[in-house]
Design a protein around this ligand. Structure first.
Ligand SMILES: NC(=O)c1ccc[n+]([C@@H]2O[C@H](COP(=O)([O-])OP(=O)(O)OC[C@H]3O[C@@H](n4cnc5c(N)ncnc54)[C@H](OP(=O)(O)O)[C@@H]3O)[C@@H](O)[C@H]2O)c1
Length: 251
């Protein structure tokens, strides 16, 4: 393979970190208690697996407890709704981190009613209520809220107002702005660069950046597997690099 040289290689190098995520079962540097909303979901279920394999204690949250069957001594299933402050306060007190990886759509396709936006409001209220004892939050975001050469994805591809896709991506944008407007909340939003690959392997090797889409040598967005995105979320919990900011991950 031809070695990459010149400005393209340099700019890719300095605008992102290459992260190698070692999977040492049961060998977390320090076991943390991680609450995961969306534990039955596509990505959330992989985050549960990753956290347990690294020796953390996991509290998985679902609205339907019978659908949450994870057989592991460090796993606890609880019932809860991410849009209920009362329920969230009961569940997250004493936890080190919470992950919000929930289905993004909402009624009427109004961005203000999407679950991601409402979840951000619930967590911010919970964090203010708990004060210094509040855990940090990592919320899964949307790729359209990233920039490509300074242009916001939402501006480049605004979509049609009133459609579910428009509501979804704008809801992710509102959630991100909601966190950005806080000062005391310990938040991170993780937006993927390119498409998630549902069935792709856990390679443990990915790039991490911040607000710009990560592109590969071919100039296309890198994408990432659900398993490597899950590794990135747990890496961020174990080694915070993006507190109070958004990060992106991709190959
Ligand atoms: N999949 C992708 O390729 C992709 C790409 C870009 C961004 N994202 C974003 O990543 C996030 C996760 O995506 P995903 O595909 O993993 O989602 P998903 O499979 O649709 O998972 C949805 C989860 O949300 C939970 N949920 C729904 N309503 C809830 C509520 N009121 N309270 C608590 N939990 C609730 C469900 O749990 P229960 O039914 O068990 O309660 C379910 O586990 C979304 O925000 C999505 O927009 C995904």
């Amino acid at each position: 393979m031809k070695a990459e040289t010149g400005h393209g290689a340099r700019s890719r190098l300095f605008s992102s970190l290459i992260w190698i995520s070692c999977l040492l079962p049961g060998m977390a540097a320090q076991a943390e208690t991680v609450v995961i909303y969306g534990a039955t979901g596509n990505i959330g279920s992989k985050i549960v697996t990753e956290a347990l394999e690294r020796g953390h204690d996991v509290i998985g949250v679902s609205r339907n407890l019978e659908t949450l069957s994870v057989d592991h001594p460090n796993f606890t299933a609880v019932g809860g709704d991410v849009s209920s402050l009362e329920s969230m306060l009961e569940i997250i007190e004493g936890a080190d981190a919470i992950v919000i990886s929930v289905r993004g759509y909402g009624p009427n396709n109004y961005p203000e009613e999407t679950l991601n936006y409402r979840a951000s409001k619930t967590f911010i209220a919970a964090s203010r209520s708990l004060g210094e004892a509040a855990p940090r939050v990592i919320q899964l975001g949307g790729g359209s809220t990233l920039y490509s050469n300074g242009v916001l994805g939402l501006d480049a591809r605004p979509g049609t107002e009133g459609t579910s896709q428009h509501g979804l991506v704008c809801g992710h944008w509102l959630a991100l702005q909601n966190y950005r407007a806080t000062t005391s909340v310990n938040w991170t939003v993780v937006s993927p660069s390119g498409q998630y690959d549902r069935d792709g392997p856990r390679t443990g090797i990915y790039r991490q950046g911040w607000d710009e889409v990560l592109v590969g040598a071919d100039g296309r967005p890198g994408g990432i597997s659900h398993r490597d995105a899950a590794a990135a979320v747990i890496d961020e919990i174990e080694n915070p690099k993006s507190l109070k900011r958004r990060m992106t991950v991709g190959y």
